[in-house]
Design a binder for this molecule. Structure first.
Ligand code: ARG
Length: 714
């Protein structure tokens, strides 16, 4: 109460800005920002020209935005923050790389890592950094000559031709993606850099402070950042890793603001959101709850705690499974949040209202009726015909394979003896063994046994007639005891350990392999995948067509007010303001947190809330250097109402002057329906304050070499 009365008048006014200017919801295509969004952005406090953000001839903000990929698959966003190719992203984005370089002797997950010089920066085989050069609307070219009969083939051919030409003999990578469910096509021309090195990461007690308890939660006190550097060939061109490579000279790097933030300040996020389904119908939402959210939660409930327990018990297991576990646990909590917020906020009902509006608009004109029919009814019929159980088992099977390295190895190993051969040659043995090792990398036998037992329990919980065949054996020979069965299977299996597998390779027999108890479980699970996948194919084919029609109608209905397209791993801009929120009646959360909260959350020795002693001392001594706010406190995280989703992690949060104020890393649990519905009042983007990032690099880690190369605006 008292605090409210003390609030200076301008803060109240700023809070009003936030309330009266709802965020311009949406992840907008950068090419259209100038036409669609720029005026609103200026109104909210942007001082840049549209060309300073997006320009294909001169350097602009877009040139500092990095799409991070693993073997080409997009997973996060990063931003260039120095003239020497230094890149900032989240700790959870760098996590797999940090774990990869960790051992129990030099545990960078636990202790952090700060490269002391260029030569200490650690290469990563699988990470790519991709820059967008330009984009182009190719709808007319892709859809030229398309009829209902030849659609897929025709589109595929057109895409091949267009991308081939645009790639200029390998200089660029060109990708064409469909937008609005196949109603529009855009081509993206990229430059892909393959030498991306880890240069800095705080200990997990900072970078992952609060871990799963705080994940998706505000108020937050996590220093969720890590740093990489992109290297190029000496002539500046993209190149595979080489000792001779040099730090990149980027087209643009973001200046960094030390000025801090206030409630209501303009904030925009540029990044690469993965996927959203904002135009889903009520029927698809209700179906998704049953066919996706619930099975994922059921599976994770059954298996993840088992892995966690093994990780907690042994350090080497913790490091091995760290990255996979973190990403599964993140999905698990996200799905639970999505399920409850979709239900609690009555999102399907809200969508049903929009569907009524659309039908009213269609039915008001004969031409429209002829063109679109009743697109909502078509979707409804498809949804009603879905066999929910098939989808459920499909998830169980897919996830059983993905979570158990042993089961996926059993299916993927090529152990067939070539015709006429009774034994493998030494060369063949070596190559099969190499595949085995690669597939079993980062796995631990005891943990695998526990995972398999947990998965067996899930399969055994199904109605008898739906159970895979291995369940009969468990019931009849092991009195239904899955732990005992998994244990016996591990003892007997020829693939359970490298030693056992080597022995098998010395004396191979397909009969032995096919009767191997682990292989049999894997085959049983794989069959489930196979039996149930047709339900998915059928649904996917039917819904794709129905959705294209539905979206075509939506686009025409909204022709006067641009609709943003769903996220699809292409670059987007979202803008709004720094902003607080009310999670529930009677509660209002502040828009920022400070280091005080780190000490308030401290639980000494706890894996999630232990505070690093050096950090604690700095906080107690208020030794914040130049990074404190005017009141002497150290800012840690803040909120905006920017519209982000998975894939945006690590995206720059940029102020009205084009300076970096933070790095986006999370969403809030109250609005986890956000991939389907953006709730203006509730949805927030959680960001780590750039001043906390600088404080950790400078005061905590003493890694001034990085501070020195940044352009910090005081
Ligand atoms: N929820 C975040 C996202 O999906 C990931 C946060 C990672 N941190 C953690 N404590 N698990 O982008």
């Amino acid at each position: 109460m008292k605090k409210l009365f003390l609030l200076p008048i301008f803060a109240l006014l700023m809070a009003q800005v936030c309330a009266t200017n709802p965020p311009d919801e949406g992840m907008w295509l950068p090419m259209f920002v100038k036409d669609y969004n720029y005026a609103t952005m200026k109104h909210l406090g942007l001082h840049l020209t549209a060309e300073q953000m997006w320009d294909i001839n001169n350097s602009s903000i877009k040139d500092a935005i990095v799409e991070l990929g693993e073997d080409g698959d997009h997973f996060c966003t990063g931003e260039i923050i120095s003239e020497n190719g230094l890149m900032l992203t989240n700790h959870h984005c760098g996590y797999a790389s940090i774990a990869d370089h960790s051992t129990t002797d030099h545990d960078y997950l636990k202790d952090g890592f700060w490269a002391a010089s260029y030569k200490d920066e650690l290469p990563n085989q699988h990470i790519t950094a991709t820059f967008l050069v330009r984009m182009e609307d190719v709808t007319a070219k892709v859809l030229k000559g398309v009829t209902e009969e030849n659609r897929d083939d025709q589109i595929e051919t057109a895409i091949k031709e267009l991308t081939n030409e645009a790639e200029e003999n390998g200089r660029y990578t060109a990708v064409i993606k469909d937008f609005y469910d196949g109603n529009q096509y855009f081509m993206f021309i990229y430059e892909v850099y393959k030498d991306v090195r880890l240069v800095g990461a705080p200990p997990s007690s900072i970078g992952k402070f609060g871990d799963e308890t705080d994940n998706w939660v505000w108020p937050r006190h996590t220093g969720d950042f890590s740093m990489f550097r992109i290297y190029t060939a000496p002539d500046g061109s993209p190149a595979e890793y080489s000792e001779n490579n040099v730090p990149m000279k980027p087209k643009y790097s973001l200046p960094i603001s030390m000025k801090g933030i206030e409630d209501g300040d303009f904030a925009m996020v540029w990044g690469i959101p993965g996927s959203t389904s904002r135009y889903l119908t009520s029927y698809e939402i209700n179906l998704q709850l049953e066919t996706t959210d619930k099975p994922i939660i059921e599976f994770c409930d059954a298996v993840l705690p088992v892995i966690r327990a093994e990780m907690n018990a042994r350090d080497e297991v913790r490091i091995m499974y760290a990255s996979d576990y973190a990403s599964w646990a993140n999905t698990w909590k996200n799905q639970k949040g999505e399920l409850s917020s979709l239900t609690d906020l009555g999102i399907a009902d809200k969508k049903a209202e929009q569907e009524k509006d659309l039908l009213k608009w269609i039915n008001a004109s004969k031409a429209r009726k002829d063109k679109y029919g009743n697109p909502v009814d078509s979707i409804k019929a498809i949804c009603e015909s879905v066999d929910v159980t098939s989808f459920r088992y499909l998830y169980y099977a897919n996830f059983s394979m993905r979570l158990s390295k042993l089961l996926s190895t059993a299916i993927s190993l090529d152990v067939d003896l070539p015709d006429g051969q009774k034994k493998f040659s030494d060369e063949q043995k070596a190559s099969i063994m190499e595949a085995y090792r690669e597939s079993m990398k980062n796995s631990d036998a005891k943990t695998e046994e526990k995972i398999i037992a947990a998965e067996l329990k899930l399969w055994m919980s199904l109605p008898l007639e739906d159970q895979p065949s291995f369940c009969t054996v468990i019931r009849e020979k092991f009195h239904g005891d899955c732990d005992a069965y998994a244990h016996a299977a591990m003892q007997k299996s020829v693939i359970a350990s490298e030693a056992a597998f080597q022995k098998y390779l010395d004396k191979p027999s397909m009969k032995v392999f096919m009767n191997d108890p682990i292989v049999k479980i894997a085959i049983g699970v794989y069959q489930q995948l196979y039996f149930n996948i047709f339900a998915y194919y059928y649904y996917d084919g039917a819904i794709t067509e129905a959705r294209r029609n539905f979206m075509a109608a939506m686009l025409e209905k909204n022709a006067d007010s641009p609709m943003y397209p769903d996220a699809n791993s292409t670059m987007r801009c979202t803008y709004g303001t720094v902003c607080d929120y009310s999670p529930r009646d009677g509660v209002r959360y502040s828009y920022y947190t400070t280091a005080d909260g780190i000490l308030q959350k401290e639980i000494p020795g706890d894996p999630e809330f232990d505070v690093n002693p050096k950090l604690k001392k700095l906080i107690l001594d208020k030794d914040f250097g130049p990074y404190a706010m005017k009141d002497g406190k150290l800012p840690v995280c803040f909120l905006t109402n920017n519209d982000i989703t998975g894939g945006n992690s690590g995206s720059p949060v940029i102020n009205g002057n084009g300076e970096l104020i933070g790095c986006a890393f999370d969403g809030n649990i109250e609005a986890l329906c956000s991939d389907i519905y953006f709730d203006t009042e509730l949805q927030r983007c959680i960001c780590v304050d750039i001043r906390y990032v600088l404080f950790v690099i400078d005061k905590f880690a003493g890694a001034q070499r990085f501070i020195n190369e940044m352009n910090i605006v005081k």
